[in-house]
Design a binder for this molecule. Structure first.
Ligand code: FDA
Length: 390
């Protein structure tokens, strides 16, 4: 075998197509019983397969320059061209996010058809027991016997959703060959609240706000917010979760387009007899307005509030402090932050600088994108980069 790719997910299949098209004899193996399981469940079943606005700044990596090369050489337009070649209908949902009109299955089928056209061999339910380096490449002991390969591509993804086949095998291979693996943690994941904070808000589960701005010291994201039984979710929270670490401050601007203090002063003039919770209930979900009043502000008729009090209430609504206790973990996380350190990988080929012929692509590498199609785009771009040279 010229190239053996471990992991038939987004990155592995993309790499297989590129290498197969170059005439390389490629085998893709996966321990799961079918390929591309995460693609199938992605984007609510419609696969948010790329984003029109991909730039390196939407990726977290301990070396922010690392993703630049692969992303520059495989753009959203390249993947869109592939999607269009296969006649897959798609649409932009918001913020450049492209989704299939139909099912995610179409993306998996497209990748399988491309693999077939490139003469790629694929084996599922395939487990690897041991890997060792040989003079010619690598020898793998597998449940189906010994397999020799010139190049070995690790595309095993991250730890998110273990039930879908996620394992830490790629990290083990990296360590075996002397690579440093950065600590991993769940990303794009709901946050949990604890103690009194959770008790105060848990019965708001299901309440949504269409547009808030979540802030940590270093980053902020606008988008929807959802109260859950254990904490907070929704796009703004998923995005900020990748930047938040336990102990970090987090606050949420519940009315980001509004100077809420100034607005409350106007409301006091316009509706002096209205209760604060009624006024706030016009701008926020009523149940949340009521809870915030019970919790903090003591709802009285507007005319009974001094200006300074209303300004303070307004500033607290524009910067609602959240004490998150943790995250929902890999069980629900979309991605895994950290992973194979990029310091010993070549950014243009994804090849190991320590072991010639060894490659790491996709999510197993310490490159994690924002919500919105960026993670698949990294999988396609890094898979393509390795597939062109492997
Ligand atoms: P991926 O996880 O796709 O593939 C890894 C493969 O390796 C799997 O097939 C696995 O079975 C296999 N494997 C693991 N261990 C193995 C072993 N020991 N031996 C053999 N094989 C092994 N991103 C995005 O851009 N848009 C979206 O809409 C979504 N939606 C989404 C929804 C949900 C619910 C999740 C969990 C994630 C997303 N993502 C996403 C993230 C996206 O799915 C993810 O970043 C990519 O699938 C990563 O591609 P990889 O090929 O690196 O890993």
């Amino acid at each position: 075998m010229d190239v053996l790719i471990v992991g038939a997910g987004a990155a592995g299949l993309m790499c297989a197509i590129a290498a197969g098209r170059r005439g390389r004899r490629v085998l893709v193996v996966d321990h799961a019983n079918k390929v591309g399981k995460k693609i199938l469940m992605s984007g609510g079943g419609h696969c948010n397969f790329t984003n029109l606005g991909v730039t390196p700044s939407q990726y977290l990596c301990s070396n922010p320059h690392f993703p630049k090369s692969a992303l520059a050489r495989y753009t959203p337009a390249d993947f869109i061209a592939l999607v269009e070649k296969h006649g897959i209908a798609y649409h932009e949902k918001e913020l450049g996010q492209l989704f299939c009109d139909g099912s995610s299955r179409q993306i998996v089928q497209m990748l399988l058809d491309e693999c077939a056209a490139a003469d790629v061999t694929m084996e599922t339910s395939f487990s690897i027991e041991r890997i060792h380096k040989t003079a010619e490449g690598f020898s793998l002991r597998t449940a189906r016997g010994e397999v020799q390969t010139e190049a070995l591509v690790v595309a095993t993804g991250g730890l998110s959703i273990p039930g879908m086949g996620a394992t830490g095998f790629g990290y083990e291979i990296a360590r075996q060959f002397g690579h440093h693996v950065l600590p991993t943690r769940p990303g794009l994941v709901p946050l949990t609240l604890s103690g009194s904070h959770q008790a105060h808000y848990k019965d708001l589960a299901g309440v949504t706000l269409p547009d808030v701005e979540a802030h940590t010291a270093r980053q902020s994201f606008r988008g929807g917010l959802l109260f859950t039984h254990r904490g907070l979710s929704g796009p703004s929270i998923l995005q900020i979760s990748s930047y938040w670490q336990p102990g970090d401050g987090l606050y949420i601007d519940l009315l980001p387009d509004q100077n809420t203090g100034g607005w409350l002063l106007e409301q006091r003039t316009a509706r002096p007899l209205a209760a604060l919770k009624t006024v706030l209930g016009d701008a926020l979900p009523k149940r949340l307005a009521q809870r915030l009043c019970e919790q903090w502000f003591d709802s009285r008729p507007m005319r009974q509030y001094r200006s300074a009090e209303l300004r303070l209430i307004g500033s607290q609504i524009n910067a609602w402090p959240v004490i998150a206790s943790g995250t929902e973990g890999y069980r629900t996380a979309e991605v895994t932050l950290g992973g194979v350190d990029t310091d010993m990988l070549c950014s243009s080929t994804l090849q190991s600088k320590l072991v010639p012929g060894l490659y790491f692509i996709g999510e197993v590498v310490d490159v994690t994108g924002w919500l919105g199609g960026y993670n698949f785009h990294w999988a396609w771009a890094s898979g393509q980069a390795a597939g062109q040279v492997v």
